[in-house]
Design a protein around this ligand. Structure first.
Ligand SMILES: Nc1ncnc2c1ncn2[C@@H]1O[C@H](COP(=O)(O)OP(=O)(O)OP(=O)(O)O)[C@@H](O)[C@H]1O
Length: 229
């Protein structure tokens, strides 16, 4: 589903590459935590999966395609297959909850009928039943992240990429969001999540890929945040 072949990424003006000959292979349906100190290259790896950045050398394959070679007009189609969630939620402040989620279907060309049906279903799935009319600033952080999860999942993406999705949440909401992501993963969506949350990684016991200065230093099935497991 996602494959990096000796991928290096050097940002202009940086002494050291952000990623250094990284090779990883993630299968369909896996749940993978990406861990490592700040600056180790996690966000860069996620950006390469979305073609928000391009590798300096090496190859990145997503859903069977080498995405660096993808024609520009095919990039939106790639991104439709990949949902994203970020630490800072990134909701549209002038749209209510239902409109935020519907927007993801509108830009992918779904009919109003499909949107009217699927938005309430998805809000229910993320535990926001009946909150469709609220504006983002009328929601708690945990609820805002649930909206972001609904928006990322409504098109049933093959892959969900999450960059520190619980970084702004308290422990209770962190558990809620993780349960949700676990359910989404069980429905078949591949999840790759960068995180600094030690407790959560230790509890979930999923595959852990650890980066250090852009190098792969650990790739462990049912791992913990540190190498102690
Ligand atoms: N757009 C950019 N331009 C220049 N350098 C960058 C850019 N983005 C990241 N870097 C550098 O690349 C390295 C890796 O950064 P990256 O954001 O991938 O790390 P990270 O592991 O996600 O860190 P964090 O946990 O703090 O989010 C860092 O040294 C960073 O300063």
């Amino acid at each position: 589903m996602i494959r990096f072949e000796k991928v290096s990424k050097a940002y202009p003006g940086q002494a050291r590459p952000a990623l250094n000959s990284l090779s990883i292979d993630i299968q369909k349906g896996e749940f993978v935590f990406l861990v490592g100190q700040s600056g180790s290259g996690k966000s860069t790896a996620l950006k390469l999966m979305l073609r928000e950045q391009r590798p300096t050398t090496g190859r990145v394959y997503v859903a069977g395609k080498e995405i660096n070679r993808l024609a520009g007009w095919k990039v939106p189609r790639l991104r439709r297959q990949v949902g994203t969630i970020f630490q800072d939620f990134r909701l549209l402040a002038n749209k209510n909850v239902a409109e935020n989620v519907a927007f993801a279907m509108q830009v992918t060309g779904h009919s109003n009928r499909e949107i009217r049906q699927r938005v309430p279903e998805t809000l229910e799935l993320v535990g926001l039943d009946g909150k469709g009319d609220r504006m983002p600033d009328e929601l708690s952080g945990g609820e805002q992240q649930r909206v972001a999860v609904a928006r990322a999942f409504i098109n049933r993406p093959m892959i969900l990429i999450a960059d520190e999705p619980t970084g702004n949440l308290d422990p209770g909401n962190t558990v809620g969001i993780m349960r949700l992501l676990d359910r989404i993963n069980r429905s078949g969506t591949t999840i790759v999540m960068a995180t600094h949350d030690v407790q959560m990684v230790d509890q979930m016991r999923k595959r852990v890929i650890e980066l250090e200065h852009g190098h792969l230093v650990r790739d462990q099935v049912q791992g913990g945040y540190g190498a102690q497991f």
